[in-house]
Design a protein around this ligand. Structure first.
Ligand code: ZN
Length: 319
């Protein structure tokens, strides 16, 4: 829709300020209220950039060889600690250890710029099944996408009875079990609140809101189906009895919320919508929403204090 057509696709930090109205920065998970939706998407996906093109922002000096020293001060610098965990100083030294370091290689392979294609004006991710897939207000899952390996994690939930939202993809579910076990050992009580959310369920929620409250309101409080991270099966909302298992920002300042923020990366999860990053992620601070991306990447992203949009942006990868 608006101007930055090309850049929209990539979800870089440059896009959001221009695109997001303050009123759209609502909770991404829904905290009960209007049906616990995910993305307060105001409009159909705005992303309509081209697929595999170099990033457009002026911070990018080009494609893979962009000199990003200044644009990404928080990321790993050439040859600095963390850039070469594998210490396999490979064949390719031109831009640091991008091919030698498995973490950098995975980041690059999962970059925003190379993992979406435009379909009918919408940026649709091409790596829906990857555990590094990035879905947001600019990037949709393929229509009707459903993970094939959903299971129920063996953790305590905040509700009884079977429900779709009990599920996660298998690997994420196993990691969640370990995370919860570690919490318990530290005397921390966590509860799983809401995991997988199907396209169909999101669609029902969205359409229902449109019907009862009008398009404008529905657009603000509910996600366009396909753009909820919960649909990947890799995200889950977590809370604690200490805050009534609520999905509220107060959870972030509880001892359980603090424990979660500190230890989640050790089990492969990141706090997906950190405080003060709504101009990048499109969502307000959600201390309860964790996303599985694997231990190595989660630790790396957390240590750099980057959102996943930044972490998988080529501007920040090629260092
Ligand atoms: Zn959530």
């Amino acid at each position: 829709m608006k101007r930055n057509k090309e850049t929209l696709l990539y979800g870089t930090k440059l896009l959001f300020p221009a695109l997001l109205l303050p009123g759209l920065l609502l909770a991404g998970c829904g905290t009960g209220g209007v049906g616990a939706q995910d993305s307060p998407q105001a409009n159909p996906p705005a992303a309509d950039g081209q697929t595999v093109k170099p990033a457009q922002p002026d911070t990018s000096a080009g494609e893979k060889e962009a000199d990003t020293d200044q644009s990404a001060p928080n990321t790993v610098g050439e040859g600095k600690a963390g850039a070469d965990d594998s210490s396999k100083d490979a064949d390719d030294n031109k831009q640091g250890a991008e091919t030698a370091d498995p973490v950098l290689a995975e980041r690059a392979a999962s970059s925003l710029q190379t993992t979406a294609k435009k379909v009918n004006g919408v940026a649709v991710v091409t790596n829906a099944t990857a555990q590094t897939v990035i879905v947001n207000k600019q990037r949709s899952l393929p229509k009707g996408y459903e993970p094939s390996d959903l299971v129920v994690p063996d953790v305590p939930f905040s509700f009884d009875g079977p429900h779709e939202k009990r599920h996660m993809r298998k690997k994420a579910a196993g990691a969640l079990k370990q995370l919860f076990a570690a919490a318990k050992q530290d005397g921390i009580k966590l509860r799983a609140v809401s995991g997988y959310r199907s396209y169909a369920r999101q669609k029902t929620i969205y359409n229902n809101n449109v019907k009862t409250k009008g398009l404008e309101y529905a657009s603000k409080v509910s996600a366009v189906p396909g753009m909820s991270e919960h649909q990947t099966g890799l995200a889950i909302d977590v809370s604690s009895p200490s805050v009534g298992n609520a999905l509220e920002q107060s959870f972030g300042s509880s001892k359980e919320g603090k424990w979660l923020a500190k230890h989640a990366p050790e089990y492969g999860f990141v706090i997906r919508y950190p405080k003060g990053k709504q101009d990048i992620t499109g969502y307000i601070y959600e201390p309860w929403h964790i996303r599985y991306i694997g231990i190595d990447l989660a630790k790396d992203a957390a240590s750099k204090q980057l959102t996943l949009e930044e972490y998988f942006d080529e501007v920040n990868i090629k260092l």
